[in-house]
Ligand binder design. Structure first.
Ligand code: HEM
Length: 81
């Protein structure tokens, strides 16, 4: 995350599959989580958020409200909205 770029919401929505890459947003950050999908403890449910915001899903699955989850997410930051 040494070189962060600014992305439009439209650009993020183009990345919603393993083929095109899986990007999500969280609190204004943009994350390329393609490599994490196969490691996700919650399985393919993670793909429901592909191309969009994590917030509505993490509001439903409070297991993500932990520092160690945010540490994982931070490793995949590619830019900001
Ligand atoms: C569990 C990370 C997105 C559903 C977890 C856990 C981590 C994680 C680390 C285990 C937490 C623990 O037990 O301490 C992430 C990351 C995400 C993401 C980094 C996005 C980049 C999602 C989304 C959904 C989801 C979008 C649902 C639509 C779940 C569920 C579990 C889980 C259901 C519980 C699995 C179980 O314990 O059986 N996630 N998650 N996750 N996640 Fe995610």
């Amino acid at each position: 995350s040494s070189c962060l770029l600014v992305f439009s919401h439209d650009e993020v929505t183009k990345h919603r599959s393993l083929e095109d890459g899986v990007w999500v947003t969280f609190k204004g950050g943009v994350y390329d989580i393609t490599e994490f999908v196969a490691m996700h403890p919650g399985g393919n449910k993670i793909l429901l958020a592909a191309g969009g915001a994590l917030e509505p899903f993490w509001a439903l699955y409070a297991v993500h409200d932990q520092d160690h989850v945010l540490e994982i997410l931070s490793q995949y930051k590619v830019g900001e909205l």
